[in-house]
Write a protein that binds this ligand. Structure first.
Ligand code: B12
Ligand code: SF4
Ligand code: SF4
Length: 348
């Protein structure tokens, strides 16, 4: 088997399936990641994401996760927004939903595409009498996708810690195929941030203790999606109308002038910027029906309405006070607390 030719064909196939970049590295390519992850967890920066600490041994050491794996194929799937994602921040009676969550759930879309590429790999290698095994990962498994993608040459970890590419900007998801097939590896990408610090300066909650390091506990993406229970009062006021995720640090990155349009129609904005009053009225069934197939569905009605109430508190719109007041007796303690907070803030 000509492994170089096979790698090129695999790359072609992945691009034809809809991915926008493909790179190859060894599972042992990120020796510095384990120490950095350990420091992140030791400082408590993972907040309530206990799963990061629990599976740290595997997460920091991709070569230990599946010792038989010889190659990690890293793939990028573009979701570039069609309009400026920061424009909605000025419409304070409306919800700002991150552009990555505007369409269908990327976990489903990326995974399907990874499986198709993986199947091709197995079938084509089989024709050369090789029988490789594969495992596909997107997001949920204990794999550090960003440093692996940097080692595979897809881009570099910017000062906001996400992957940035000179060809794609930073509006893309990552997925991984681990395989027992030994394929030629790419050179890692180097840092092109230079003296820029736009992402660090824009962050509304000052979530970066230093360039290239994030304290998730202050990040609005973490607070709206991962954090259970009430959010610290000092942070609520800084969340503005962001009710699911946050785009600020990505949106200001100058490399996004090279962003390419999303190739997957499923990422087109369908949530939009609904009025906060409408979202606050959702019950469990209404929430599930409205967000079926969307990543938003994962956080459940209570956390979602909690976020909407923080945004109502930040709206400055006294007309929304009765909406908040109506939820002060909600059975969920974090919703009731958020409702009382919003009512108090709007009362001035
Ligand atoms: C946990 C998690 C989060 C957490 C924590 C984020 C974080 N930065 O750690 C929260 C909920 C906050 C989050 C938010 C977001 N996330 Co997220 N998240 C993850 C997840 C599951 C794990 C990330 C992780 O391992 N963190 C642990 C830390 C320690 O690792 P790290 O971020 O790589 O940190 C590195 C740096 O600190 C670096 N470092 C430390 N010191 C130094 C010094 C120098 C000089 C250098 C160069 C590096 C360096 O070393 C660390 C190890 O590599 C990944 C999926 C996956 N399985 O990898 C998605 C993932 C990173 N998220 C993703 C996205 C899209 C987002 C959001 C943009 C969503 C949104 N719009 O709201 C935001 C971005 C916020 C931000 N600025 O990071 C994408 C990023 C795609 C890309 N292009 O990079 C991923 C890869 C999911 C996916 N499959 O596509 N996320
Ligand atoms: S996603 Fe928002 S809150 Fe989180 S680090 Fe980026 S700008 Fe800050
Ligand atoms: S905004 Fe500037 S510092 Fe931040 S990732 Fe982009 S180039 Fe790097």
């Amino acid at each position: 088997m000509d492994r170089l030719a096979f790698r090129d064909r695999l790359k072609e196939r992945a691009l034809a399936e809809g991915f926008s970049a493909v790179g190859f590295c060894a599972p042992s390519a990120i020796p510095e990641a384990a120490g950095r992850l350990a420091a992140f967890v030791a400082a408590g920066r993972h907040g309530q994401m206990g799963w990061m600490a629990e599976r740290m041994g595997w997460r920091g050491r991709p070569d230990a996760l599946w010792p038989e794996a010889r190659t990690v194929v890293m793939l990028a799937e573009v979701y570039t927004p069609e309009a400026d994602p920061l424009a909605v921040l000025g419409c304070r009676d409306r919800a700002a939903v991150s552009c990555y969550a505007q369409g269908r759930d990327y976990h489903d879309l990326v995974k399907k595409r990874l499986k198709r590429v993986g199947r091709w790999l197995i079938e084509e290698a089989g024709k050369g009498s090789v029988s490789p095994e594969i495992k596909v990962f997107v997001d949920t498994a204990p794999v550090m996708e960003k440093p692996l993608a940097a080692a595979a040459g897809i881009g570099w970890q910017g000062k906001h810690t996400n992957l940035v590419s000179r060809e794609l900007g930073s509006w893309f998801f990552l997925g991984a195929i681990f395989t027992t097939l030994d394929l030629p590896k790419d050179a890692g990408e180097v840092d092109h941030c230079g003296s820029c610090r736009a992402c660090l300066d824009i962050c509304p909650t000052q979530a970066f203790p230093a360039p290239y390091q994030l304290d998730a506990r202050r990040c609005i993406s973490y607070l709206t999606i991962e954090h259970k229970g009430p959010v610290a009062e000092e942070l609520r006021g800084l969340m503005g109308n962001r009710i699911y995720g946050c785009d600020d640090c990505l949106a200001v990155c100058p490399w996004n002038k090279f962003a390419q349009s999303a190739r997957e129609a499923g990422y087109a904005a369908r949530v939009g910027a609904p009025p906060l009053a409408e979202l606050a009225g959702l019950d469990d069934a209404g929430f599930r029906a409205r967000f079926s197939g969307s990543p938003i569905r994962r956080i459940g009605r209570d956390r979602f309405v909690r976020n909407v109430l923080y945004a109502i508190g930040n709206s400055g719109d006294a007309g929304l006070r009765p909406v908040a007041g109506g939820l002060a007796g909600d059975p969920d303690p974090a919703v009731a607390d958020a409702a009382r907070w919003a009512t108090r803030i709007l009362a001035g």
